[in-house]
Design a protein around this ligand. Structure first.
Ligand SMILES: O=C(O)CCC(=O)C(=O)O
Ligand SMILES: [Fe+2]
Length: 404
């Protein structure tokens, strides 16, 4: 349902196995599967039932509609794996419509139910109730109640966020801005002089750059393999505690440099490229993150915004910068969206995204609000290296100007 909302997918299409965004009359393919895997009536019923049980009729109705229409089409053909039937779907859909204020739909579906189960007393009572309601206020018949999508209270930036996720990172106008250029980065490091890294400036304020082929395929695979046995549901800082939350759905693991010498090499490469000190305690261990289908990280800041944040336990200040490596590709979805800066970066396997979270004054840069869009198809892996303020005093000198 999250995927359906964020990518504006239509239920009929999903049930047929296609991933299309439908806005008005425009239809865009977000993913073209090589083979169509369609959903059964029972599959659609199960999805609708999840929403129904939460009282979320906005999502329940289209899924139950699809279930009813598929069950109708195959009535009499009984599939052994089916848990539900046309009657179950009609029953749930009728009640969902009633709850949503559409009594006439509730009535006709209930009558249809009685054709198949004429002895059902509960349904017979419902039919009488709906008939009475309609007789009392005949306008109900016309009431095409529009149900609102359940609101996600903490996500005020939802529309911008979803728009940026839907474009899947393609923002052509950005490539027409001359200050956004590509170059070979050596950063005066002897290490990089021998093998420069291809740098793509994505945005200036906040400064966000993408380093292509920062790791090799085998390094990415190795990092994923090292983390895999340690993966656990991701948490976020909430006050002084760390908690699992709906707005961050992924698994993650911390990898100490002592786990494998390759991680030391990786640190040296990050240090050469950023010019920053990434030795503990000036940077955190590598955090490897895995998102499954529907996994996401809604808009957030990487730096602490409260003085009681557990991020300060390292006693090396706030997170001055983020260095995030894409350890996999994805088939669809999963872009990294910068909400206020209004751009998104597609998942580019082996590339690394770097940005400053803090101004030179030490103040958090509110324009770095960003998110990991839900994965539509695929298995997304990233690794975060969070670099702290202390240790960088001569590498990124501070400034009193709040703009710097
Ligand atoms: O997965 C992404 O694209 C973003 C991840 C992120 O922002 C984080 O882990 O803090
Ligand atoms: Fe983040």
């Amino acid at each position: 349902m999250r995927l359906q909302d964020v990518y504006m997918l239509n239920v009929k299409g999903l049930a047929r196995g296609v991933f299309q965004r439908v806005t008005g009359s425009a239809v865009t393919d977000l993913y073209s599967p090589r083979r169509l895997f369609s959903l059964t009536a029972d599959d659609c019923f199960q999805v609708g039932k999840v929403a129904y049980d939460m009282g979320d009729y906005y999502h329940a109705i289209p899924w139950l509609e699809e279930a009813v229409s598929l069950f109708r089409g195959s009535y009499g053909e009984w599939k052994t794996e089916d848990e539900a039937s046309l009657e179950d779907a009609l029953d749930h859909l009728a009640f969902a419509y009633f709850q949503a204020g559409n009594v006439s739909c509730a009535l006709s579906l209930s009558r249809e139910f009685l054709l198949y189960s004429p002895d059902n007393k509960r349904m017979a009572r419902n039919v009488l109730k709906y008939e009475k309601l309609l007789a009392e206020s005949p306008n109900q018949e016309l009431a095409e109640a529009v149900i609102q999508r359940p609101n996600v209270p903490h996500l005020q930036t939802r529309d911008t966020y979803e728009g940026l996720c839907q474009t899947l990172g393609s923002q052509p106008t950005h490539y027409q801005i001359p200050s956004l250029y590509c170059s070979y980065e050596t950063n005066s490091s002897p290490f990089l002089l021998l093998q420069p890294v291809r740098k793509e400036v994505m945005h200036l304020e906040p400064y966000v750059v993408l380093y292509h082929d920062f790791v090799s395929d085998s390094e990415a695979q190795k990092i994923r393999g090292l983390a895999e046995p340690w993966l656990q549901r991701s948490v976020v800082a909430s006050g002084e505690k760390q908690l699992p939350v709906e707005y961050r759905i992924s698994k993650s693991a911390w990898l100490k440099d002592t786990v494998d010498p390759m991680l030391v090499t990786l640190d040296h490469r990050i240090a050469a490229l950023t010019g920053l000190d990434v030795q503990p305690p000036y940077a955190e261990y590598l955090q490897v993150v895995n998102y499954g289908i529907g996994g996401h990280y809604e808009p957030h800041f990487d730096h602490a915004t409260s003085p009681t944040s557990p991020l300060y336990r390292m006693k090396s200040g706030n997170r001055v910068a983020t260095f995030m490596i894409y350890l996999s590709s994805v088939e669809a979805g999963g872009a990294t969206a910068f909400i206020y800066a209004n751009f998104s970066v597609p998942v580019v396997k082996n590339a690394a995204l770097f940005w400053w979270n803090l101004h030179r004054s030490g103040e958090g840069d509110g324009d770095t609000l960003h998110a990991g869009c839900p994965v539509l198809v695929g298995d997304k892996w990233v690794a975060n290296k969070w670099i702290h303020e202390y240790g960088q005093e001569f590498r990124r000198p501070c400034s009193s100007s709040p703009e710097d």
